[in-house]
Design a protein around this ligand. Structure first.
Ligand SMILES: CN1c2c(nc(N)[nH]c2=O)NC[C@@H]1CNc1ccc(C(=O)N[C@@H](CCC(=O)N[C@@H](CCC(=O)N[C@@H](CCC(=O)O)C(=O)O)C(=O)O)C(=O)O)cc1
Ligand SMILES: N[C@@H](CCS)C(=O)O
Ligand SMILES: [Zn+2]
Length: 762
């Protein structure tokens, strides 16, 4: 039996990866120093895995931004809008594709399956693909040379790569895969030539719906690769669920199959029992959860592996995490402030690799070798289970009392619409923003000083008020119609609520990469969730006191808090989501009672939580939508509920969005505008809607004409009376100057469209 890993977090124990990148972008670090620092970080990660004696250590999981972008660049898929004419892609072009620059917009960014990681969507169509540089080979050679490591290069497989790309017609999906296969062959042959033993080919898209034709293409592709690679061993790695066509999968001509025995455990185990596993292949069994932060029950894992070994002999079995460890923080060791009772139950990337290794040792040398750890581990998990935080009777009782009326507004939308128009008297095409304004160094420093105790609560509060006042003035000056307070008091839209609700705990250093250099620190839901005190009322009320214009209150919705936290796994996600919804309902009521009658409840992660398997989706949608409605439905008909979503596919989701029964939704669309607008040609959406006209991921200031065009295009399919004008998402990551200029342009574009509309109606 061997131990293996699928991917290690890139960000470093103290986010040194992020800091190096951001220094480089700020012009404070030279390119060769960035490269040097990156190499050091990468080597440190590999060394750590060597020290843990992991047998199969991944290489090429490291990146300067995103592994899908790396694949696109390796295949020369550099859209024409960037300055590039063949050969290796410069770092400047690479980062332009990721972040945009003065002359070209960035590539579209979207969520990686059901995670909070975002990748840059590769674009076919502009150029003939060609290998520009064999990145996995470079990573392999570097690890060999510096650390004497025989690494296992990781690449995204052709089916998944093309599936997650764009720029080809849906009917050309198979043709596009076949077009890219020779490039895979070239990359893999070079790896073979340099003595690589195993390559991990990630095909997570295999767990999604596939057609018979897809299966034929997959079989052809892997046949072709295997014929071209007589010595290289391919580990075909799936994760995030089970593959529905197990028998075809294990018959593919590869040397190893990787299956997820956490998220897909029941199906994978039953397939294994029912159909067996080929005697000539290695099974890489993902047994330790790569997506959550709880220590595994070693006893349960022991039983699981024992059961697997009834179908696969130990010499053909690798134990590993269920997915890349990209989705969990680096190490629990730095969490010096956590209560010991909880800390003992947590496992981040390093500890998860420790669990894998421990189990492998147990199977190699006998269970008695690890019996002490098993006993300690069970005791810690049992202690947490019986803690008062997990057994709050008031929370359980409130849940038991939930009924349909809790989730229904007392006046339906078609009646609310007129009531609200009358109450709010907003201009045609109201302009607004999504909530956050720039979290400048000054804001983050102030919070740090407050957290360290250098600033009193009063000092910090008055600093936040100054920021709110400054930005209320700016918004008035720009001429926006609906204002926000700016979210300056928030570290992050989920972490902030986690800190204020009961049942959560938060880590000091539990960072996880979200996109590029941006990280989040997901709170941990370890107990029953409860409302303790108003969380956002003070800031919203203060903002409202400064202006005659409407001010939107700003909350994060239940599904998003759930999906962006690490969640206890002893009760269902539905139950946790309902607990959060009930707590938010109280906050909504507090806001309304304090005079805030426009309230936005953000749900950017609602779509992300959608199960990959179609048969599981309805139940998720039912409870996630119901949770939103529980949180928002007790308000007066005049109170306008907004919601917001970003970075996801909306095409098949409009009905769900409508069911939320929010009065207005704002969604991100600027990087894929035309595609989304076309959705509204065929569906009937009657609520207020703002399609983002300004890509907030780029420092670029969009021109007035550009945004005017986007609005005009949208108004071809949506009535102006329904339409709102807003950026794609919050502006916390942007600089103040570019934000103000962009918003001014946005308001000017709106005025131009309004003038045009009023001229044509006269
Ligand atoms: C909308 N998005 C979000 C997602 N998930 C979330 N949980 N939250 C989201 O908002 N998923 C989808 C998208 C992803 N988008 C983003 C956008 C921006 C960020 C981001 O800016 N992250 C910050 C960290 C934010 C934070 O908590 N900051 C702390 C400061 C922490 C810190 O760095 N402290 C420094 C010292 C302070 C200093 O000198 O600057 C330190 O510890 O060294 C705060 O505000 O107090 C980031 O920097 O990456 C993430 C996802
Ligand atoms: N209100 C949040 C939404 C982000 S998805 C913000 O503006 O940052
Ligand atoms: Zn957003």
């Amino acid at each position: 039996m061997k131990s293996s890993n699928l991917g290690y977090p890139r960000i470093g124990e103290q986010r040194e990866w992020k800091k190096a990148l951001e220094s480089f972008w700020a012009g404070e670090l030279a390119e060769n120093d960035l490269v040097k620092q990156m190499e050091q970080i990468r080597n440190r990660h590999l060394q750590k895995q060597q020290e843990k004696e992991i047998d199969l250590i991944p290489v090429n999981d490291f990146t300067f931004y995103d592994h899908m972008l790396d694949m696109a660049v390796m295949f020369g898929l550099v859209p024409k809008r960037y300055d590039y004419d063949g050969g290796p892609v410069s770092l400047a072009t690479y980062f332009a594709m990721a972040r945009g620059n003065e002359s070209a917009v960035a590539g579209e960014m979207t969520k990686w399956f059901t995670t909070n990681y975002h990748y840059i969507v590769p674009e076919f169509g502009d150029r003939q693909p060609a290998v520009t540089e064999n990145k996995p080979l470079l990573a392999y050679l570097a690890a060999k040379e510096t650390l004497g490591l025989q690494g296992k290069p990781v690449i995204v497989g052709p089916y998944t790569f093309v599936k997650l790309s764009k720029g080809y017609a849906p009917d050309d999906f198979h043709k596009t895969i076949e077009q890219i296969v020779p490039l895979y062959k070239q990359v893999l042959q070079e790896l073979e030539l340099h003595g690589v033993e195993w390559v991990q080919i990630d095909e997570p898209a295999f767990v999604m719906e596939t057609t018979d034709q897809d299966l034929q293409v997959i079989a052809r592709v892997y046949q072709e690769l295997s014929q071209a690679l007589p010595h290289l061993k391919l580990m075909l790695q799936t994760y995030f669920e089970a593959v529905d066509w197990y028998q075809e999968l294990v018959a593919l001509p590869v040397q190893g199959i990787g299956l997820d025995f956490v998220q897909g455990v029941e199906k994978n185990l039953s397939n294994l029992k029912k159909h067996g596993f080929p005697k000539d292949k290695v099974l890489a069994a993902g047994i330790v959860d790569g997506r959550n932060i709880w220590r595994s029950s070693l006893e349960e894992k022991w039983q699981l592996v024992t059961s697997i070994t009834e179908s696969v002999s130990q010499d053909r079995l690798w134990l590993q995490p269920s997915s890349s460890l990209l989705h969990v923080p680096v190490t629990v060791e730095r969490e010096t402030d956590l209560v010991e009772e909880v800390k003992k139950t947590l496992a981040f990337a390093d500890e998860k690799l420790g669990e894998v290794q421990l189990l492998v040792q147990g199977f190699r040398f006998g269970k008695y070798i690890i019996s002490k750890q098993i006993a300690e581990n069970e005791a810690a998990l049992t202690q947490l289970q019986s803690s008062p935080a997990r057994n709050r009777s008031e929370v359980k009782q409130a849940l038991a009392e939930l009924d349909k009326t809790t989730a229904t507004r007392n006046v339906p939308f078609h009646e609310r619409k007129g009531i609200q128009q009358e109450a709010w008297k907003l201009p045609l095409l109201p302009t607004t923003t999504i909530g956050s304004f720039p979290q400048t160094t000054e804001v983050r420093k102030a919070r740090q000083q407050f957290k360290k105790g250098d600033w009193s609560p009063e000092q910090y509060e008055s600093f936040i008020q100054e920021q709110i006042k400054e930005w209320i003035d700016i918004q008035e000056d720009i001429g926006l119609d609906v204002l926000v307070h700016g979210e300056f008091e928030r570290t992050d839209m989920v972490e902030f609520f986690g800190e204020k609700l009961g049942g959560f705990l938060f880590t000091k250093n539990g960072w996880v990469q979200s996109y590029g250099s941006r990280c989040v620190k997901p709170p941990v839901i370890y107990g029953d969730v409860e409302f303790l005190a108003p969380m956002t009322v003070k800031e919203s009320v203060y903002a409202k006191s400064l202006t005659e214009k409407p001010v939107k209150g700003m909350l994060t919705g239940p599904a998003t808090i759930l999906n962006w936290s690490f969640v206890r796994d002893d009760i269902s996600r539905k139950e946790v989501c309902e607990q959060i919804a009930l707590a938010l309902r109280k906050e909504v009521e507090e806001l309304e009672a304090a005079g805030i009658h426009m309230i936005q409840v953000d749900e950017p992660a609602l779509r992300e939580g959608l199960p990959l398997k179609p048969e599981d989706r309805k139940s998720y949608i039912d409870w996630a939508v119901s949770a939103f409605r529980i949180a928002t439905s007790s308000v007066q008909p005049t109170t306008q509920i907004h919601t917001h979503m970003c970075y996801c596919e909306f095409h098949d989701f409009i009905d769900v969005i409508s069911d939320l029964d929010a009065d207005v939704i704002s969604i991100e669309t600027s990087r894929s505008h035309g595609e989304l607008v076309s959705v509204f040609e065929t569906c009937t959406y009657d609520k207020g809607i703002g399609l983002g006209v300004y890509d907030i991921h780029s420092p670029r200031v969009p021109a007035v004409g550009e945004m005017e065009n986007m609005v005009t295009q949208a108004l071809d399919v949506l009535p102006a009376s329904q339409f709102w004008i807003n950026p794609d998402c919050g502006l916390k990551t942007r600089g103040s100057r570019e934000t103000i200029l962009s918003l001014k342009n946005m308001v000017e574009a709106t005025r131009a469209v309004r003038d045009r509309l009023s001229a044509t109606s006269q």
